[in-house]
Each structure stands twice: as structure tokens, then as C-alpha cells.
Design a binder for this molecule. Structure first.
Ligand SMILES: NC(=O)c1ccc[n+]([C@@H]2O[C@H](COP(=O)([O-])OP(=O)(O)OC[C@H]3O[C@@H](n4cnc5c(N)ncnc54)[C@H](O)[C@@H]3O)[C@@H](O)[C@H]2O)c1
Ligand SMILES: O=C(O)C(=O)C[C@@H](O)[C@H](O)[C@H](O)COP(=O)(O)O
Ligand SMILES: [Zn+2]
Length: 365
């Protein structure tokens, strides 16, 4: 059995460890008793994920002497809603869970984000643990404590910062992930190369096929590197006051597209892929990068069959939705734009007609 990798997230008293490896859940659940917790957990998952991993996890937790109360939500982005959060909170109240009874999030980013959100609200906050089961959740959403639900007007509009007690990323769970979900996760993987680490971007370029095949010879290293970068950025700017904004590369247009399509047409990672390509073209239009840099990013996105364009019918709503982005200040939209692979800058004040023109000329199917 391979040894689990550990990535620390250094946030003072809110510090925690990300454990990454194959078949690690037995070892991780054995840690439960080391935390100051009540002997009862609220396990939140979606119906799809629970089918595969729910009962084995419930057994492992019970083996540690914990009572398990399970709540299953429907799978999919539409369930990341205020109404769904209300239903989960009702169940927690009915169960009269105590202040030290943790919420365990078994699933992708949707389950993780809403689990953290209800954990932060219930009795003014109970501990929670992330057990991510999608690539996207293992490299991004389970780390850093951004927890939220969506609103029709904007993505993740209702939320807070609430760090987990631990993150347990069992790579074995990725075996059952459908291909389109795998590719959506790869969009956030590429993001780290573009914003932070050219050598990592080259590693991705050099291993595109092994990565598509989910080859165990590359996955642990790839996922660990993403977590290291995210932990580094979050450790320096937990509350998104400056540096952390770079993790939002591709999300300005991506989130606008997700809300324009009512969270039904695109997986988050797919919308981010379109948004990243849009940001590359915008940087090129503003003279910040050469065309070959745009092409490098476009090539890897296309090779992994990620979308880079969307239908014209959504264009106007996407442009209008930009104003609901959380990075907007003084009514000015902020874009994270590259100056090279591995380096980005924050750019405000791009005239709307330039944004519209770049999107229209490059991003429309
Ligand atoms: N908090 C953050 O920092 C952060 C970062 C990135 C993304 N996000 C959020 O994450 C969400 C997207 O997460 P996601 O891409 O994981 O989507 P998801 O949670 O919707 O999961 C995708 C689909 O895969 C299924 N699934 C999950 N794990 C599986 C497995 N192991 N085997 C088979 N099927 C499985 C789910 O049932 C679901 O249908 C978005 O809401 C996005 O906003 C948050
Ligand atoms: O952790 C962050 O910070 C990120 O921006 C990571 C993003 O991948 C993620 O989608 C996040 O939820 C977006 O945050 P938001 O503040 O734009 O809602
Ligand atoms: Zn994202």
C-alpha cells in the first residue's frame, strides 16, 4: 500500500492537514477519536456518491464508536441552494445534534460547499470534515474554507469562510467518477499551473494522456501539488482580501456563464475552462501576453475535451452578470489575467465594450 501524502494548511488555530492517498479512509477515520468531538456524526452526501462509498464509510465511523446520522441530497449543482441548506439544517435540528457533533461531507464540491455552509450556521458552528470524491473537490473545493450556496443572481452568493477540521482525499474514490466529471476537475488543475507554477504546467503538458487515464503513477503527485499551491495561497490570504483572488482565474466569466444558464448547462469546471480561455484572449487583446501563450492553454484544454466556447444566446446575460461577481468593487469588474504561464495580475477597469468584443470574437460557438 502506498504511503499517504500530507499537505498542511497553516492557518494558526484553524490549521489542518490534507491527507491524500489510495484507500486511506480506514486510517483517517481512526483519527476521529483524536479530535475533541461528540460520539455522533452527521454524514452529508449525495445519493449517487453514497451508493458507492456511503455504507463502507458508515461502517468505518461506527467502528470508531460513533453513531452516524446520514442525510442524502440530490446530486448536481442545482441542489447547492438556500432551500436545500434549509432542509439539511431542519434535519440537524430534528436530530438535536450537539455543538461538537461534526458534519462529514462525502462527495464533490457541491456536497462539500453546502456541508461547510450548514456546519457554519448550525448552533453558530460545528466542526466539519471534508471527504472529497471528485477530482475537482480533491484539488480545490475541499481546501480553503470557502463554503456557500448559489443564488439565481450569482454563484456562491450566500456563504462564509469556515475551515474544515481535516480533509481526507481517498484517490480510490476517483475510480468511479464519470469521464466528463474527471475532465471538469482538470480545468481547476490547469488553473494552478497558469496562475502559479510554470513547471507544473509543463508537467501537465508532458503527461496529458496518463492524466486522462487517471494513471496512479502521476495522480498522487498532481493532486498533492494542487493542494500545496492552494494551501500556500490560502495560508497567505485566508479571507480573499488580495492574493487569494488569483484562485478565481477563469471564474469571472465562468461564474457569469453558470448563473446565466441557471446552473444547468455547464459543470463548474467546464464553465471555468471557458472563462480561463476568455481571460487568456482578454490578456492578449490588452497586450499582456503573446498569442503562443494563449495557444498553449487552448491546446491543453482542447486536448482534454474541455469546452472553450458557448452559444451566442447566452452572451448578453453573461456580460450583464459580470457585475454580480464577488470581486466587483466600486461597480468595477476585476479580471485575473496572465502575463506569462505561472504569473497573473489583477486588472480592473477594462471597458465593457472590450470585454464584449473579445468574448464575441473568441468565445462564441
Ligand atoms: N469552495 C471552493 O473553494 C470551491 C472550489 C471549486 C469549486 N467549488 C464548487 O464545487 C462545485 C463543483 O464540484 P464538483 O465538480 O465536485 O461537482 P459535484 O459535487 O456536483 O459532483 C459532480 C457529480 O459527480 C458525482 N460524483 C461525485 N463523486 C463521485 C464518485 N467518486 N464517483 C461517481 N460519481 C461521483 C456527483 O454525484 C455529481 O453528480 C461547484 O458548486 C463549485 O462552485 C468550490
Ligand atoms: O478558493 C478560492 O478562493 C477560489 O476562488 C477557488 C475557486 O475554484 C472556487 O470555485 C471558489 O468557490 C470561487 O469562489 P468565489 O468567491 O468566486 O465564489
Ligand atoms: Zn472553481
Amino acid at each position: 500500500m502506498c504511503v499517504a501524502r500530507k499537505v498542511p494548511v497553516n492557518l494558526g488555530e484553524r490549521s489542518y492537514t490534507i491527507t491524500i492517498g489510495y484507500e486511506i479512509l480506514e486510517e483517517c477515520t481512526a483519527e476521529l477519536g483524536t479530535f475533541p468531538l461528540e460520539k455522533e456524526v452527521f454524514l452529508l452526501s449525495d445519493r449517487e456518491v453514497h451508493k458507492y462509498y456511503g455504507s463502507s464509510l458508515e461502517t468505518l465511523i461506527a467502528d470508531q464508536g460513533f453513531k452516524v446520522r446520514t442525510y442524502l441530497m440530490p446530486p448536481g449543482e442545482e441542489a447547492k441552494s438556500w432551500e436545500q441548506a434549509g432542509e439539511i439544517l431542519e434535519k440537524m435540528l430534528e436530530g438535536n445534534l450537539g455543538r461538537k457533533a461534526p458534519v462529514l461531507a462525502l462527495g464533490g464540491g457541491v456536497v462539500g460547499d453546502i456541508a461547510g455552509f450548514v456546519a457554519a450556521l448550525y448552533r453558530r458552528g460545528v466542526p466539519f470534515i471534508q471527504i472529497p470524491t471528485t477530482l475537482l473537490a480533491q484539488v480545490d473545493s475541499s481546501v480553503g474554507g470557502k463554503v456557500a450556496v448559489n443564488h439565481p443572481l450569482g454563484k456562491n452568493m450566500l456563504g462564509t469562510f469556515y475551515q474544515p477540521l481535516a480533509v481526507w482525499a481517498d484517490l480510490r474514490t476517483l475510480d468511479t467518477l464519470p469521464d466528463n466529471e474527471w475532465r471538469a476537475g482538470l480545468a481547476e488543475v490547469v488553473k494552478y499551473g497558469i496562475i502559479w507554477d510554470e513547471a507544473f504546467f509543463e508537467f501537465l503538458e508532458n503527461h496529458t494522456l496518463e492524466i486522462l487515464r487517471r494513471d496512479p503513477s502521476v495522480l498522487p503527485e498532481m493532486i498533492e501539488r494542487c493542494c500545496q499551491i492552494k494551501a500556500e495561497v490560502v495560508g497567505r490570504d485566508e479571507k480573499d482580501e488580495g492574493l487569494r483572488n488569483i484562485l478565481n482565474f477563469g471564474h469571472t466569466l465562468g461564474h457569469a456563464l453558470e448563473s446565466a444558464t441557471h446552473y444547468k448547462e455547464y459543470r463548474h469546471g467546464e464553465a471555468v475552462a471557458i472563462g480561463m480561455y476568455g481571460a487568456m484572449e482578454l490578456a492578449y487583446a490588452l497586450g499582456m501576453i503573446e498569442k503562443d501563450v494563449v495557444t498553449r492553454v487552448k491546446d491543453i484544454l482542447e486536448l482534454w475535451e474541455l469546452p472553450i466556447r458557448f452559444p451566442a444566446k447566452f452572451l448578453e446575460t453573461v456580460i450583464q452578470n459580470l457585475i454580480y461577481d464577488k470581486k466587483v468593487s466600486d461597480k468595477k469588474v476585476l479580471f485575473i489575467l496572465p502575463t506569462a504561464i505561472g504569473k497573473v495580475e489583477m486588472v480592473r477597469d477594462i471597458p465593457q465594450d472590450i470585454i464584449r468584443r473579445v468574448v464575441q470574437e473568441n468565445l462564441i460557438l
